[in-house]
Design a protein around this ligand. Structure first.
Ligand SMILES: NC(=O)c1ccc[n+]([C@@H]2O[C@H](COP(=O)([O-])OP(=O)(O)OC[C@H]3O[C@@H](n4cnc5c(N)ncnc54)[C@H](O)[C@@H]3O)[C@@H](O)[C@H]2O)c1
Length: 440
């Protein structure tokens, strides 16, 4: 099935765009507060491709590099309207204060719009997130009824704000490790599972089902299984909705996908990569549970193998040790510190070491990703794209692909793919970097 219909026409973004956030924690509130601050000219949207990126068009001799914002009809920041669910009833302002990511002086400037955002009750079950419990939870006999309640929340929100378009992003906690089971295979088996409260259907899949059923694009910011299943991909194709995932690529994995392609490009061997970090926010606390950590670990481990291709380069990458640790350490809050020790070898096998000490801010790295995904998914929907959007791999630790493909993890290939997709949508020539014509 082609990515888009022939002669792509992109509908204009008329009216407001609803941004539905599952989870109103550190990432969501840093994203919302950031958008409000940018709208008021208080800060710059650093890290966001849709707001600050440019795209080269045509030959290098043409000097055409417009801003992405001028090249494509994105929804404007002033047209975003936020809605969220959470297991705590705190407003976005209270939640942002508790998350402790942004300074009070900035939060006070955007206090009013943040206070207006109060979450709907969550579809939540502690079985799937062991280290979390809260009082603000929907009660329903079946998962099917929960899905209907979420749809009612969305429809009421659309009515209240006069919205025709919405996008949903999972910014909720990481759920326990689950694998695809027969109940996930087809839409029919999945709907039966919802009605029979099948244990293999976690809350994230109930939200995703509700969104896709209403024709709303969905992205998964956590490493949960969520839309990586036949049933929800079938629904996305049937309702002609784009989906993307999974697990925002920030922090150490971002560094890995920047450094590893460089090592491979110069054919430097790898004997080991040890990553550890300390993190003290609620995400760190949830990931302190071994079942949630396993979901994250799977997501973090896969990138190196795919980038380094040990099958093609057995001498260089056939036997490296890769270890990943996350340590919940409350004093650091959202300000994660990560250490990477990379044991490499060069000419004649002589060993060398690289040390990376990244003092990052998790939600500061994640917030622009949320904004870009909202705007790109809305654009994709208006361009008639549906199903898995592999060109958005750039943003994810475990990119979703068609079943027969291995994921592309190299950040630079991902960026090229993303920009070529945008050129394609606008009927511009794709850039191959061949460049022989300059020397004729
Ligand atoms: N910040 C990053 O750099 C980064 C990177 C990759 C992935 N992530 C993932 O993004 C997610 C959000 O991260 P965060 O730092 O904001 O975490 P957080 O703990 O601050 O926020 C998550 C929120 O989700 C809520 N929640 C959990 N289950 C819910 C449900 N079923 N329905 C509604 N609300 C629910 C929690 O109450 C909490 O407020 C996590 O899964 C995290 O692993 C974050």
């Amino acid at each position: 099935m082609p990515l888009v219909e022939k002669n792509v026409s992109i509908q204009e973004p008329k009216g407001k765009l609803g941004v539905l956030l599952v989870g109103l924690g550190a990432v969501s509130t840093t994203f919302i507060a950031g958008v409000e601050a940018v709208k008021r000219g208080l800060a710059e949207p650093i890290g966001s491709l849709t707001q600050m990126g440019t795209i080269r068009l045509g030959k290098r001799t043409e000097y055409r590099s417009p801003c992405l914002k001028d090249f494509l009809p994105f929804a404007a920041l002033k047209d975003l309207v936020f809605g969220a669910w959470d297991v705590f009833p705190d407003s976005a302002y209270q939640a942002a204060v508790k998350a402790g990511v942004l300074e009070h002086s900035l939060l006070d400037e955007v206090r009013e719009p943040l206070e207006r955002i109060t979450p709907w009750k969550a579809a939540f079950d502690q079985f799937y997130v062991k280290r979390l419990s809260g009082p603000h939870i929907k009660e329903a006999k079946t998962k099917w009824e929960l899905a209907k309640e979420i749809m009612r929340d969305i429809n009421a929100f659309k009515k209240e704000h006069g919205l025709k378009r919405c996008v949903m992003i999972w910014c909720g906690s990481t759920e326990i490790f689950l694998q695809e089971k027969p109940v996930h295979g087809t839409l029919a088996s999945f709907e039966r599972g919802l009605k029979e409260n099948d244990i293999d259907i976690p809350p994230s899949q109930i939200y995703a089902y509700a969104a896709l059923s209403l024709g709303i694009p969905f992205a998964n910011g956590a490493p949960n299984l969520t839309v990586d299943i036949g049933a929800l991909q079938e629904l996305a194709r049937k309702r002609r909705v784009p989906i993307a995932g999974k697990d925002f690529k920030t922090g150490q994995t971002l560094m890995k996908t920047i450094v590893a392609p460089g090592l491979k490009a110069r054919l430097l061997g790898l004997s080991g990569w040890f990553s550890t970090n300390i993190l003290g926010n609620r995400d760190g606390e949830v990931l302190d549970d071994p079942d949630s950590f396993k979901t994250k670990e799977e997501s973090k481990l896969s990138a190196l193998n795919h980038i380094l291709q040990p099958g093609l380069y057995p001498t260089l990458y056939g036997r490296f040790t890769h270890m990943v640790q996350i340590n919940y350490y409350p004093p650091r809050g959202d300000n994660k510190e990560g250490w990477d020790n990379i044991d490499i070898f060069g000419w004649l096998g002589y060993p060398m070491e690289i040390k990376i000490n990244f003092l990052c801010r998790d939600s500061i790295l994640a917030a622009p990703i949320v904004l870009d995904l909202v705007l790109f998914l809305d654009l994709a929907q208006r361009a008639g794209m549906r199903g898995v959007q592999e060109w958005l791999s750039f943003y994810f630790k475990s990119p979703m692909t068609a079943p027969s493909l291995y994921p592309e993890h190299d950040l630079f290939i991902q960026l090229m793919k993303l920009k070529n997709t945008l050129r394609y949508l606008r009927g511009e020539e794709l850039i191959t970097h061949l460049g022989v014509e300059y020397y004729d």
